[in-house]
Design a protein around this ligand. Structure first.
Ligand code: GLU
Length: 448
């Protein structure tokens, strides 16, 4: 089998939310796992609502998630391809002109409902003669073009939902070309999937009906449809659906709140499946877990509260290499030893800067009056440098017999003096980073 080709096809009409991220991740990670191709395709034929700003924001969000498209396409730059497909469908009699206005269609739906009929388009336009059409066009009406559904059952084996059968007689013939000549995504998407060799489409279950229609269009264009899989949708904790337009749970907002991209990715992929929702060490590990058959059928709540815990758990397991560049941006030094010392204490990556200030100083030490002698003694006993990871144990071994203290009475004053705060990363790891000069000064009650 040739290598798989998947795509993420957002319309640049708003900021991506976690539900969109779920779709993007499934497609990108399935391609990645199989060594296939991942296409980012902007569905931007709706010029009134698409903006370059939103397209840039989508690129930034995917980049943040770590998803690198192998190919980027814009539908707005492919109009001649759609023109050609439309001509073929017209020639085959699969596309017919219709002239009803929105108001007329609405009246038609109402009247059908009243008569107990499904509110689908009655195909009145199919009865128009050439003379009727000429008259309507002389009146100034511009036709929109509908795809003539065959009226039979469309079947596919859905990657998530199993065997599907949609009765197309219960659907309206879809409009593929608007009155102003612009194309609907229903058509452009099929043309692109054919021409780009897309082998698998994973998208939200709100597209199930579209899939039936689109499979019919694939067939009318003489192409085999890709494999389809429809995942359940994510909702707000209240159960309300996510809206791009309303800016719900946008990736941009989650990023600005300091959440880890990998945590967002894990939650977006694993929520609403029978897999455990837990931190993962990287995207490859997340890709390994994906199993479309384990996606639930019901909508799943995405709780941003869970994200804080997952962000922390993700940070606690990240290697230095995964964060080195971002730590440098935060002005944090200390390399891998510092990272390994503090990562377990971070709720957000930016917290690392706080611990770096504890290492670098100046730290205003906190000394209880009753501890000053003990701490001065401790300062005297600090071993000479160079220090390594064992310095703390050696120092304590020397200090304990002379301190006449143990447990909290021993450790707590040391921590307060050395770090200025009540709790934090292990002193064993921090002390070599703080160094002898600063440690001695702090133990003696001087800011350093
Ligand atoms: N632009 C469509 C959407 O964002 C694409 C659907 C598809 O993947 O085919 O819902």
């Amino acid at each position: 089998m040739s290598s798989p080709v998947l795509r993420f096809a957002p319309s640049p009409t708003g900021l991506l939310h976690v539900g969109n991220a779920r779709t993007a991740l499934y497609n990108a990670l399935l391609a990645r796992r199989a060594g296939g191709t991942f296409i980012l395709r902007y569905d931007d034929t709706d010029v009134a609502r698409s903006t370059a700003g939103f397209a840039d924001a989508i690129a930034r969000d995917l980049d943040w998630l770590g998803l690198v498209p192998d190919r980027v396409e814009h539908q707005s730059r492919r109009l001649p391809r759609y023109d050609a497909a439309v001509e073929r469908l017209k020639a085959a009699g699969s596309l017919y002109p219709a002239y009803e206005t929105e108001e007329e269609l609405e009246a038609q739906r109402l009247s059908r409902r009243r008569r107990g009929l499904p509110p689908v388009y009655d195909r009145g336009a199919l009865a128009l003669t050439a003379a009727d059409r000429e008259r309507l066009e002389t009146e100034g009406r511009r036709p929109h073009w509908r795809f003539r559904l065959h009226g039979g059952v469309v079947r596919w084996d859905d990657g998530v939902r199993g065997p599907q059968a949609v009765e197309t007689s219960a659907l309206s013939d879809p409009v593929l070309v608007r009155g102003d000549g612009s194309y609907l995504y229903t058509l452009t998407s099929v043309v692109d999937d054919i021409e780009m060799g897309v082998t698998q489409v994973v998208r939200g279950e709100d597209h199930v009906t579209n899939t039936a229609v689109q499979i019919a269009i694939f067939e009318a264009l003489g192409a085999a449809p890709p494999a389809f899989a429809h995942h359940n949708l994510l909702t707000l904790p209240s159960g309300e659906g996510l809206s791009k337009r309303l800016g719900h749970l946008s990736l941009q907002a989650l990023r600005e709140e300091g959440h880890e991209a990998l945590a967002v990715a894990a939650l977006a992929v694993l929520t609403g499946t029978s897999l455990a929702v837990e931190a993962v060490p990287g995207l490859d590990a997340l890709a390994e877990r994906i199993d479309l058959r384990r996606i639930s059928r019901a909508p799943a709540r995405f709780d941003p509260e869970d994200l804080s815990a997952l962000t922390a758990a993700t940070l606690h397991g990240l290697d230095f290499a995964a964060v080195a560049a971002r730590l440098a941006d935060l002005g944090v030094g200390g390399g891998a030893p510092f990272w390994l010392a503090v990562r377990g204490n971070l709720a957000r990556l930016a917290d690392a800067a706080r611990w770096w200030r504890v290492v670098e100083g100046p730290v205003e030490p906190t000394l209880a009056p009753g501890d000053a002698d003990f701490l001065a003694r401790a300062a005297d006993l600090l071993p000479p440098e160079p220090w390594d990871g064992e310095v703390y144990a050696g120092w304590l071994a020397a200090l304990k017999p002379v301190a006449g203290r143990s447990g909290r009475a021993l450790f707590h004053p040391l921590r307060l003096a050395l770090t200025g705060v009540e709790s934090g990363p292990e002193l064993k790891a921090l002390l070599p980073l703080i160094g002898r000069e600063r440690a001695a000064a702090r133990l003696q009650g001087r800011a350093a």
